[in-house]
Structures are given as structure tokens and as C-alpha cells.
Design a protein around this ligand. Structure first.
Ligand SMILES: [Zn+2]
Length: 139
């Protein structure tokens, strides 16, 4: 989709949207925002949303950057250090799969984060949340 999350107006504590085709919520499992689109069925409740069907997000969580360079670690040859999957060393493939029902988010067992299998309330969207794509972690 490509727009910056901070351009997206707040429409409620738990949801933001730029237009009628894309909504975002803050995922307490990934601690980033995920989106759902107008191909999902949303009941329109901005405080206790229900969204069908499930939302499955797969993305890459980048490793920490080197604090002295602000960049990912590089080897002696100046190239980024990759793992056996040719991903940046320390990067992690993430899967997040959930149902949002009545303001609660139920994480399915295939989630790679610590809330797999748990059901928790949707959290308020923070002021400047990272999105699930292009995450550079500085701490
Ligand atoms: Zn998530």
C-alpha cells in the first residue's frame, strides 16, 4: 500500500483508516500495526470491531542496526552479513494469524510471537506505531 502510517487519521482508539479500503490496528503480539482491506467484512464498530475472515500477515522482522553506523551489520567485505536463507543475519520471518471479534483479537497457533493461542483485547493504537513492513529496530 505504501503510505506512511503517521498520515493515517485516527478514527477510534483501536483503528485508523486512510480511506474506506484500508484499516489498521495495533497488534500486541507483533507490536506493530497490521492492515485489513475492503475485501474483509468489517462490522463497522470502531471501538469493538469484528472482522471476517481471519487476518494472516507474513513479514520479515529486521535485525537490530549497529548503533555506531545506524545500518545493519556488514562483514569485512563491506557486504551485509546474510544467513543461510540469504536473509540479513538476525532477521526473523514472522507469521501473525488472528481473528478480530467484538474488540478482541484471537491469535491462532501458527503465530510466531508469544501470544499464539491467546485471546486479548485490541490495544489503543500508539502515537507513532511501526508498521509490519520495513521495520528497523534501533533498540
Ligand atoms: Zn501481529
Amino acid at each position: 500500500m505504501g503510505y506512511l502510517i503517521d498520515e493515517v487519521p485516527i478514527v477510534s482508539k483501536v483503528l485508523r483508516n486512510k480511506d474506506d479500503s484500508c484499516w489498521s490496528f495495533f497488534c500486541p503480539g507483533c507490536e506493530v500495526t497490521h492492515n485489513f482491506y475492503d475485501s474483509w467484512v468489517f462490522n463497522g464498530d470502531l471501538e469493538r470491531p469484528t472482522v471476517e475472515p481471519s487476518i494472516k500477515v507474513e513479514y520479515c522482522r529486521y535485525p537490530l542496526v549497529d548503533p555506531t553506523t545506524g545500518d545493519f551489520a556488514r562483514g569485512a567485505d563491506g557486504e551485509y552479513i546474510l544467513d543461510e536463507h540469504r536473509m540479513l543475519r538476525g532477521a526473523k520471518k514472522m507469521t501473525c494469524h488472528s481473528f478480530i471479534r467484538d474488540g478482541m483479537i484471537r491469535f491462532l497457533a501458527d503465530c510466531t510471537h508469544g501470544l499464539a493461542g491467546k485471546t486479548v483485547p485490541l490495544l489503543d493504537v500508539p502515537d507513532d506505531p511501526p508498521a509490519d513492513h520495513d521495520i528497523k529496530r534501533h533498540s
